[in-house]
Design a protein around this ligand. Structure first.
Ligand SMILES: Cc1ncc(COP(=O)(O)O)c(C=O)c1O
Length: 459
């Protein structure tokens, strides 16, 4: 079976050039990094610091470790830090900030990762306060994973930096995908990083290395971070072997390649949008696409059904599915994925008929809500009048399908427009039936044939 893994860009495998690089290594290019003697790591850290626009950089095992050494280096136990409410550090790093660094966390709300500064101000404890732990650090995430790979623009980071300075806070950026942000709005990455005191970025996501992340900041910050990395078990000795992948990953040509992933994510979004299902698709800024299912759909069922057809996806919460593009996912994979997603999602989330839902007079409702006559039982079929079945179903079924999904998506304006279209192929009595159902729209935003029947009985 063809498998397309869209769960995460962490599953990316190295490029052929990366394998060439690793083959070119010999013992002269590796050494003990804890003593600062691994030439490949030294080269990588120097290269990373230059690209990201900081004095110094440190190779760490993972993004999680990079964030944690940054928090440890900026703070003292007992202090308070500000984290965005859906941030990776807050939600997905096993509370290392509290458990290991001994920090107290205040979450801040945001609009797609960007806080309202007034909200933030209310969360600050000053150093002069005799009763409360002082707030000493604020973090941001760019691109923001759980908001859907959204880009926080440099000017927003600048505002946050000014806020941090005013309140005597350090500013750390979880920039696991900061190069996606830079490529996404075609700006140098330093336009983002110049506003923060420290940044962590991952080599092992869109940049396609099998392992490793970078922390960067001032020389004194990195000196501290190096010690905390050792405490966390990240002194990896002859790690130049794995770090060598990073030397290829940080070539400008390879960073620019991220554009392909962004294009593919857009293609995927458009393809799914064209399926015309009652789902919400967030237009992707970068390589992450979020789709939200209707509330009554069990997301696990959908994920399992997709997996069975070879499309691996990740449910980020009870309603949202995340799909991620990366090196190795081709345009052809995207087209195939759209086809399979359509095949799986359509029956999962289309209106489900049951025996009670349809009777003779509800033939038009059926057309508005269902996708195929095959879904009817024999008795339901016979109760659909021949005229409606022939005239409407054959000629208007496509419109009806559109109609049903839009209907459930509560886009009443469009429904009315489509009702006009569908009416052109109906007989007069069928038109009247459509009219009466559209009228009900104003009362029932989301309506099924069963509701119509109940109402008809009452009136
Ligand atoms: C925004 C963000 N930060 C940090 C991390 C942690 O990276 P790692 O998995 O290398 O620990 C991730 C991982 O997905 C992430 O998405």
């Amino acid at each position: 079976m063809r498998i397309i893994d869209l769960r995460s860009d962490t599953v990316t495998k190295p490029s052929p050039e990366m394998w060439e690089m690793i083959k070119s290594l010999d013992n002269s290019k590796i050494g003990d990094d804890v003593y600062g003697e691994d030439p490949t790591i030294n080269k990588l850290e120097k290269k990373a610091a230059k690209i990201i626009g900081k004095e110094a950089a440190l190779y760490v095992t993972s993004g999680t470790q990079g964030n944690l050494v940054s928090l440890l280096s900026h703070t003292n136990p007992g202090e308070k830090i500000l984290l965005e409410e859906l941030s990776h550090i807050y939600e997905h790093e096993f509370d290392g900030a509290t458990r290991v660094a001994g920090l107290k966390i205040k979450r801040y709300p945001s609009k797609r990762g960007v806080p309202l500064l007034d909200d933030l101000q209310n969360l600050i404890n000053t150093k002069e306060d005799a009763h409360k732990a002082p707030t000493t650090l604020i973090c941001a995430e760019n691109t923001h994973n759980y908001h859907g790979g959204v880009i926080i623009r440099p000017e927003d980071l600048q505002n946050m930096k000014q806020f941090a300075e005013k309140n005597d806070l350090k500013f750390h950026l979880d920039g696991a995908r900061i190069f996606n942000a830079a490529i996404g709005i075609n700006m140098p990455v330093t336009e983002f990083t110049k506003h923060v005191d420290s940044v962590m970025f991952c080599l092992s996501k869109g940049l396609s290395c099998p392992v490793g992340s970078i922390v960067a900041g001032s020389k004194s910050f990195i000196m501290k971070a190096r010690k905390f990395r050792k405490i966390l078990g990240g002194g990896m000795r002859q790690a130049g072997i794995i770090a060598s992948f990073g030397l290829v990953a940080l070539e400008p040509k390879w960073i620019k390649r991220l554009e392909e992933d962004h294009k593919n994510a857009k293609l995927l979004a458009e393809g799914i949008e064209n399926l015309d299902l009652p789902i919400k698709i967030q237009k992707p800024d970068t390589n992450i696409l979020m789709i939200s299912l209707p509330q009554d759909i069990r997301i696990i069922k959908v994920i399992t059904a997709l997996n069975k057809e070879g499309i691996l996806a990740f449910n980020i919460d009870k309603q949202r599915i995340r799909l991620v593009t990366y090196f190795g996912i081709t345009k052809d994979d995207i087209e195939y994925s759209i086809e399979v997603i359509g095949k799986v999602l359509t029956p999962e989330i289309s209106f489900k008929l049951n025996e009670r839902d349809i009777g003779e007079g509800d033939a038009v409702s059926y057309l508005l809500f269902s996708r195929s006559l095959d879904e009817l039982t024999a008795s339901q079929k016979s109760s659909v009048s021949a005229a409606v079945a022939c005239c409407c179903f054959s000629r208007a079924s496509r419109v009806a399908c559109r109609f049903s999904s839009i209907f459930r998506a509560k886009r009443a304006g469009k429904i009315r427009a489509n009702a006009q279209k569908i009416k052109t192929v109906l007989t007069n009595s069928q038109r009247r039936a459509v009219d009466s159902r559209v009228k009900l729209l104003d009362e029932y935003k989301l309506i099924g044939a069963a509701d119509l029947r109940h109402r008809r009985r009452r009136t």
